[in-house]
Ligand binder design. Structure first.
Ligand code: NDP
Length: 289
């Protein structure tokens, strides 16, 4: 069965839109998200466009700030400082990756933790691991939403996460642990990855290598979450065309998995949806103080 992130995110965004509609009257304004993009990377531009579109769909005010690729780090930090101090801005997102002359850690650290809707600031990372009320990174949060909405209970299950990045692998492992799964994190040094993957009742793959996990590496009846977004070139009679594919070989995985996320249409739309959710939560937290 398909874990349909497109469908679930559409429903959640519609629910958010009706909540946001009531906020203008209750609080005098709607939540606002500032999205900063540096440079002209086409993939980043697409992600930012999709985020701005999701703001429109949910009624969240978006502030789109595009800076040239040569912008000085100081200017970017000053921009973030202004947004931190602006009481009309609830969430700040800096689209990654940044050009090499800008220190990503310094930029993330400069965002006020209360406005860090990506959940990347050290204060929010610590909050996640210490079970505090904080912004949870959007991709792992979206994955858990998909799992829970489908009635899959991770409790007592063996979960394997392939990939140990700070934005996906580590936080999804923590969320699965919180849901009482027994979690293994695999990475590029893992010996006999196929055997490790075959132990998984829930297999989350966040590697960035097209179709790396095939059906032979998946336990019969497993839940498969494919986080990967890879652009590949596919030959057609009319010439090569560019396509998006995941880290899992969907066709062979479908033969053995019980549930699987498609790419596109699985984790991707959920990530954007959770960003809207985190912006609304940041807005509500600031209005509780
Ligand atoms: P990173 O490059 O930060 O991390 C990749 C991880 O994969 C690393 O931990 C690396 O191990 C591991 N890895 C690489 N090669 C192998 C291998 N042969 N066997 C086992 N593990 C391996 O990637 P991200 O976590 O940022 O992203 C992963 C994928 O998810 C990308 O395709 C990205 O585009 C996509 N993505 C999708 C999102 C969505 O919304 N759907 C959101 C974020 C990312 P090691 O640490 O040892 O190097």
């Amino acid at each position: 069965m398909i874990l349909d992130g497109k469908k679930l995110s559409a429903r959640l965004k519609a629910e958010m839109a009706s909540r946001v509609a009531g906020m203008e009257e209750r609080y005098g304004r709607v939540p606002a998200l500032a999205v900063i993009i540096v440079g002209e990377d086409p993939a980043s531009q697409t992600y930012v466009r999709n985020k701005v579109k999701a703001c429109e769909e949910t009624g969240i005010r978006s502030i789109h700030i595009a800076l040239p690729s040569g912008v000085r780090e100081r200017e970017l930090l000053d921009q973030i400082k202004r947004l931190n101090e602006d009481p009309g801005v609830d969430g700040i997102l800096v689209q990654l990756p940044l050009p090499p002359h800008i220190d990503e850690h310094r930029v993330i650290n400069a965002i006020a933790p209360a406005k860090d809707v990506d959940g990347f600031h050290p204060r929010n990372v610590a909050g996640l691991w210490l079970d505090e009320d904080c912004a949870i990174p959007c991709t792992p949060k979206g994955i858990m939403h998909l799992i829970n909405e489908s009635g899959i209970n991770p409790s007592g299950k063996r979960a394997v996460v392939v990939g140990r990045s700070n934005i996906v692998g580590k936080p999804i492992a923590k969320l699965l642990l919180d849901a009482n799964a027994t979690v293994t994190i695999a990475h590029s040094h893992t010996e006999d990855l196929a055997r490790v993957c075959r132990e998984a009742d829930i297999l989350v793959v966040a590697v960035g290598r097209p179709k790396m996990i095939d059906g032979s590496m998946i336990k019969s009846g497993a839940v498969v979450i494919d986080v990967g977004i890879n652009r590949i070139s596919v030959p057609t009679p009319g010439g090569n065309i560019s396509r998006i594919c995941g880290d899992v070989d969907f066709d062979s995985a479908c033969e053995v998995a019980s549930w699987i996320t498609p790419v596109p249409g699985g984790v991707g739309p959920m990530t954007i949806c959770e960003l809207m959710g985190n912006t609304i939560e940041a807005f509500l937290r600031s209005h509780q103080e």
